[in-house]
Structure formats: structure tokens, C-alpha cells
Design a protein around this ligand. Structure first.
Ligand SMILES: NC(=O)C1=CN([C@@H]2O[C@H](COP(=O)(O)OP(=O)(O)OC[C@H]3O[C@@H](n4cnc5c(N)ncnc54)[C@H](O)[C@@H]3O)[C@@H](O)[C@H]2O)C=CC1
Ligand SMILES: O=C(O)CCC(=O)C(=O)O
Length: 431
């Protein structure tokens, strides 16, 4: 069960049902995606070979507005995973009260084995495959794992070619030059940093000098690390697929960021093979230890931030966790069995649908700017992000305290399920 993200998502819903004011019939409806399209994507690679890829777009629920959610390129993508991620998008947009439903896309591929040209062709093929189901008022994709503003530019261009005119608002997370918003690239990491601050305020603890371990140093993990570091917290460990770096005195997050931006791996950084301008002499590099991703999860730190893939905190390792709080930057990093164990141990978990909602909040702000054909300065975007994610955090905590719920995830789910169910009730279940 724990290995299937969709079953995990359903189990999270089931845990919340007894506390949520939702009609059982509507609740049953909410367990099923509206539709999933599977597409076959033949691509002639730069090498001359033809490779046939498989991709999906799941539209989970649209009662509250157009479908919204990212697109993931990863070798382990499955239909069930994409459907789980689309479900989580539905609860996330409801929790932070955006006028959207939830969707997600994925393509089974290993991006590091593909050239830039291959990736462009694959992205365009995928966009053509799903283009009849997306659109500014229908379903609006965005970046997720291994996709970025360039991917969104190719998607926007392919969609626009078929429409015959430029349609920037068909995707969010675009480059600034074609209608992107300032602040989207770091928005998810900024949201993670903001909710971590809120959590510490709520727990009446001091975040300055708190120790933090972050699994994953991609878009979300690296921006969260940078912002938490700038805010005075002590990021002592982080990782990528190659392994983890650990320095109990704190990593040089800026130097590691420059190294990774220049194409370097964490394991190379630990070995002192530093790219991106910094060197062992001029950075805070202090011979960090090479540890594994599994070891990172069990470090004795104040906050553990999983920011990579699903299902990393499980029944097998939860008893070894020593962090006093978990902030879920990744989608679905904790299995339900592990979640129950964390609740029993009084380890506060800020659930993914709240902790990583900064990305979709700023995607919404991009979409609104595109509709207005007007652009806002970064300060306006960041202030609106802080207001919206802060308000969602406060409402979740209020629900948790006033209803004496077992944990913050249950509180977040009851709010999200009630809002989505209300929308279904007003609209009616039958055509
Ligand atoms: N990009 C966004 O705006 C949002 C992303 N998320 C979630 O955040 C997580 C990370 O996404 P991004 O940072 O965008 O992806 P990314 O592709 O930029 O970075 C992923 C990072 O995780 C590492 N990684 C991959 N597989 C791993 C494994 N098995 N063990 C350890 N590390 C591994 C990669 O090496 C990389 O450092 C995902 O769960 C994603 O769904 C959630 C909300 C929005
Ligand atoms: O920005 C968006 O629309 C969605 C980002 C995403 O995929 C997520 O929040 O998991």
C-alpha cells in the first residue's frame, strides 16, 4: 500500500473523513479522477534513433475552477503516481483557496540521457498529445520535477502554433520574456521557508540557528535552503540523486547553489571538485561529510525538509527519524503508516499541500497577470504569496486547535475536502 502514491493519497483522505463535514456520497466522488489521458510519444532523437515515450495528463477535479498542476519528466513516472499528484493538486488549490481544480502530467523519461534538442522534441510531442485537453480556461500546466521555464516556453509555443496566435496563459512558470512572472522560479522554496518560519512562531521556537536537513537540492530544495540560510537558520545537510553533504557547522548554501547551477553534483562538491566560481579556499566549504540520502533523513536536526520524491519517510525508517519537525516540500514524501507514527511521537508535520503551495500560488498570480495583460513587480508578487500562504497556514492551525484534530495534515485535508465538496454540492453531482 505504502508504495502506491494513489493509495497513500486515498488513505490520507480517509483519515480526514471522520472529521470533515462532507456528505459520504460526495466524498466517494472525490476519490476518483475525472479523466486521465495516456499518450504515446515517438521522438526522433538527435542520435538518429527513434524512441517511443509514454506520457499522461490526469485531470482530477474541476469543481472549483480550471485544472491546474505541473508536468514531471522522470523515469519512475506511472499513471497512478500522476493521478495521486493530481489529487494532491486538488486539495492544495482548495486549501490555499485558489479558483482552480487539480491536475498533473508526467512523461516517463530520463532527462539526463537526452540532449536539449531531444527534450524540446519530446516536450512538443507531449504538448501536441495533450493539447485538446489543455487551455487557459481548461487546464493550465506548470513546471514540476525536471521541467523548467524553458519546458514551459516550448509548451506555450506548441500550443500557440496550433491556435494561430500567442497564448501565454496556457502554462505558468514561463520565462519572463514571454509572460512569466517575477518570483515563480523560487516561489515553492519561498513558500517552504515562509511556512517553516510560521511553524516556529506557532511552536514558540526560535528558527535562527535551528538546524535543517533538506533532501533534494533542485528547484524547491535549493531555493528553500537559500532563503532559510539567509533568514539565519543553519542548513547542515542536503542532497541530490548522487548522495548527501553534511556539515554540522552549516553548509555554504550559496557556493553549493552555484556549483549545482553550473551542472555539478552534490557528491562532487563533497569531494572538493567545486564548480560555479567558488573554491574550497573562498567558500564556507569545510570538508563536509558524504552521507547517503537515507542517512540524511535520520539526522538529529530541528527540521527535516524532504524536497525530492514521494514515499521517503516510511514505516521502515520512521522510528529512526530524529528531527523534531518535518516540512514536506516534496509531494507525498510520507506514507500513511509513517504519518501515524510521527503523530504518535508528537513530531509536527507541515503537510505537502500547504508547505509546497507557494509554487501554485505564484502560478495563479502569473495567470492573473496574463489575463490582465499587465505585469506586477516582484515585491507585489512576494507580498501576495506571503499573505496567501500565511493565511492558509493560520486557518490550518486554527482548524487543528479548535477541532482538536490529530495532526496538521488532517486539519488541512478537512478544510480542502469541505471546500471541494461544497463546490460539488452547489454545482450538483449529475448533469
Ligand atoms: N517545482 C515546483 O514548483 C514544485 C515542486 N514540488 C515538488 O517538489 C519536489 C521537488 O521538485 P523540484 O525541486 O521542482 O524538482 P527538481 O527536478 O528541480 O529537483 C529534484 C531534486 O531531487 C533530487 N532527487 C531526485 N530523485 C531523488 C531520490 N530518489 N533521492 C534523493 N534525491 C532525489 C534531484 O537530484 C534534485 O536535486 C517534487 O516532489 C515536486 O513534485 C511541489 C510544488 C511545486
Ligand atoms: O504551479 C503549478 O501550477 C503547480 C505546481 C505543482 O505541480 C505542484 O504544486 O505540485
Amino acid at each position: 500500500m505504502a508504495d502506491d502514491p494513489f493509495e497513500n493519497m486515498l488513505a490520507q483522505m480517509d483519515r480526514a473523513e471522520e472529521y470533515a463535514d462532507v456528505d459520504h456520497g460526495v466524498f466517494e466522488r472525490l476519490k476518483h479522477p475525472e479523466r486521465t489521458l495516456k499518450v504515446t510519444l515517438p521522438v526522433e532523437l538527435e542520435s538518429g534513433e527513434v524512441e517511443v515515450f509514454e506520457g499522461y495528463r490526469c485531470q482530477f477535479d474541476s469543481a472549483r475552477g480550471p485544472f491546474k498542476g505541473g508536468v514531471r519528466f522522470h523515469p519512475t513516472v506511472t499513471q497512478r503516481e500522476v493521478e495521486a499528484l493530481a489529487g494532491w493538486m486538488t486539495w492544495k488549490t482548495a486549501l490555499v483557496d485558489l479558483p482552480y481544480g487539480g491536475a498533473k502530467g508526467g512523461v516517463i523519461c530520463e532527462p539526463k540521457d537526452l540532449t536539449e534538442r531531444d527534450l524540446e522534441r519530446l516536450t512538443r510531442r507531449y504538448t501536441e498529445g495533450i493539447r485538446r485537453m489543455i487551455g487557459p480556461e481548461i487546464d493550465v500546466p506548470a513546471p514540476d520535477m525536471n521541467t523548467n521555464p524553458q519546458t514551459m516556453a516550448w509548451m506555450m509555443d506548441t500550443y500557440s502554433m496550433y491556435e494561430g496566435y500567442s497564448v501565454p496563459q496556457v502554462v505558468t512558470g514561463k520565462p519572463l520574456e514571454i509572460g512569466g512572472t517575477p518570483g515563480r522560479v523560487e516561489a515553492t522554496g519561498r513558500g517552504v521557508s515562509l511556512v517553516t518560519e510560521r511553524l516556529f512562531e506557532y511552536l514558540d521556537r526560535d528558527l535562527s540557528d535551528a538546524t535543517i536537513a533538506i533532501q533534494g537540492f533542485g528547484n524547491v530544495g535549493s531555493n528553500a535552503a537559500r532563503l532559510l540560510d539567509e533568514g539565519g537558520a543553519n542548513v547542515v545537510a542536503t542532497s541530490d540523486v548522487s548522495g548527501a553533504a553534511y556539515d554540522p557547522d552549516g553548509l555554504d548554501v550559496a557556493a553549493l547553489g552555484a556549483h549545482v547551477d553550473a551542472g555539478g553534483l552534490v557528491e562532487e562538491y563533497v569531494a572538493g571538485e567545486i564548480r560555479g566560481g567558488a573554491s574550497t579556499a573562498d567558500s564556507r566549504w569545510d570538508d563536509p561529510d558524504q552521507i547517503t540520502n537515507a542517512e540524511l533523513l535520520t539526522l538529529d536536526v530541528d527540521v527535516l525538509i524532504p524536497a525530492a520524491v514521494e514515499g521517503v519517510i516510511t514505516a521502515d525508517n520512521v522510528d529512526d527519524l530524529r528531527a523534531s519537525a518535518v516540512v514536506e516540500a516534496a509531494n507525498g514524501p510520507t506514507t500513511v503508516a509513517a504519518d501515524k507514527a510521527l503523530t504518535e511521537r508528537d513530531i509536527q508535520v507541515v503537510p505537502d499541500i500547504l508547505a509546497n503551495a507557494g509554487g501554485v500560488i505564484v502560478s495563479y498570480l502569473e495567470w492573473v497577470q496574463n489575463a490582465q495583460e499587465f505585469s506586477w513587480p516582484l515585491e507585489t508578487v512576494n507580498a501576495e504569496l506571503e499573505r496567501r500562504i500565511g493565511s492558509a497556514f493560520d486557518k490550518t492551525v486554527e482548524q487543528y486547535d479548535t477541532k482538536e484534530l490529530p495532526d496538521l495534515r488532517t486539519a488541512a485535508y478537512t478544510l480542502a475536502l469541505e471546500r471541494t465538496a461544497k463546490a460539488h454540492e452547489y454545482r450538483g453531482l449529475f448533469p
